[in-house]
Design a protein around this ligand. Structure first.
Ligand code: ATP
Ligand code: MG
Ligand code: FE
Length: 342
């Protein structure tokens, strides 16, 4: 089964050809980061315009890099949410047009299911599995009953982890997106500030990062007022230590309770070296270790390969979309409602 996949939910336009849900035959990512940096974040109108400019070209590139034609494609997959509505619509329209012109079936994919399925491109996921999904807009612990039925067991009450990185990065004068730079600085400093670790002792799986963000910003502003210069490496190390502490603590507790066969890390923040190392070390100490799959760096950020991987599972389950597929900017994973019943 060969799937052509589209991703355009935010500031990356991407296409890919994925064979049997595991093998990347081609992956093209056109990033717009440079266009948004001077605004300090993603500007929706600018994002849509860039998507429209490149999407036809990168569709051709994905096919030619994979050395295939439309005749070799069994399904067309596209992210239909969550994300920026105007950005999503470009991918959804392109995919629907291609499906209509060729008669190849269409599969709408949840962007977050895609992030989690980046792991499937690296290794085989055995179920039940547990995912820690950490990105610019999401911070969730997700129980995966099978390849398409997911249940959110923990969520952020306020900021997502990546969002917190970007906001404190702005205070330190780091360009958007700030995560990678803060991660690098963190490895050159020490946790000297001891910022708060929110909800660490609570017996649920929820997260909160806005208190940490405020503590960080207040510390910087206070130092500014009294003319004190703080070490940016120690600030970064202290912030990262707090984030990683909370994420790994709750993940380990969820692994102990739910005993998944596989643990997967997903989302842009999965590229964080501190988080990757800490989770591997902590899981390594457990008696009943799940298999750990951490996607390679290039599959952590937004890309169409992960959408093709998730679409393969939907294809096998017979979950296709009609040509009435629409962008859904606030799409939530299936079974998200189950959190309310816990
Ligand atoms: P979502 O996937 O929740 O809809 P998004 O698509 O905007 O949001 P991603 O593109 O998956 O998010 O991830 C981008 C985020 O990852 C940014 O907030 C960025 O700062 C963060 N990030 C990237 N690399 C790192 C890193 N090494 N350490 C921490 N954060 C990182
Ligand atoms: Mg992005
Ligand atoms: Fe994303």
């Amino acid at each position: 089964i060969r799937i052509l996949a589209y991703e355009s939910s935010c500031d990356e336009t991407s296409t890919a050809v994925i064979k049997n849900g595991r093998e990347i035959e081609s992956l093209v990512v056109a990033t717009q980061i440079k266009s948004h940096q001077r605004f300090g974040g993603v500007v929706p109108e600018v994002a849509s315009r860039h998507h429209i400019e490149v999407i036809t070209q990168i569709t051709k590139e994905a096919l030619s890099e994979a050395k295939v034609t439309w005749n070799d494609i069994d399904a067309i997959a596209v992210t239909y949410g969550p994300g920026l509505v105007g950005a999503l619509l470009i991918g959804v329209s392109a995919a629907k047009a291609a499906s209509m012109a060729t008669g190849i079936p269409l599969i709408g994919v949840d962007h977050i299911m895609g992030h989690i399925m980046a792991a499937q491109l690296e290794d085989e996921i055995e179920y039940p599995a547990l995912a820690l999904q950490v990105s610019g807009g999401h911070t969730e612990l997700v129980l995966m009953h099978d390849p398409i039925n997911f249940e959110i067991i923990g969520d952020t009450r306020d900021d997502a982890a990546g969002e917190a990185y970007d906001k404190i990065g702005r205070v330190l004068g780091v360009n958007y997106p700030a995560g990678k730079t803060i991660d690098t600085w963190a490895h050159q400093g020490n946790d000297t500030f001891n910022f708060p670790r929110a909800m660490l002792e609570d017996d649920d799986y929820d997260f909160s990062f806005s208190g940490l963000k405020s503590a960080f910003i207040n510390t910087c502003h206070h130092a500014d007022q009294i003319g004190e210069k703080l070490d940016k490496y120690d600030l970064a190390a202290s912030f990262q230590a707090a984030v990683v502490d909370v994420l790994s603590h709750k993940t380990i507790r969820a692994i102990k309770e739910f005993k998944p066969k596989t643990f997967v890390l997903g989302g842009g923040v999965a590229a964080n070296r501190g988080l990757r190392e800490r989770l591997e070390a902590e899981i390594g100490k457990l008696d009943n270790k799940p298999k750990v799959i951490i996607p390679p760096m290039k599959l952590c950020g937004d890309n169409a390969a992960m959408i093709g991987a998730a679409a393969y599972n939907l294809y096998k389950a017979g979950k296709f979309s009609g040509l009435d597929l629409n962008a859904d900017p606030s799409l939530e994973l299936p079974y998200a409602d189950a959190i309310l019943d816990r």
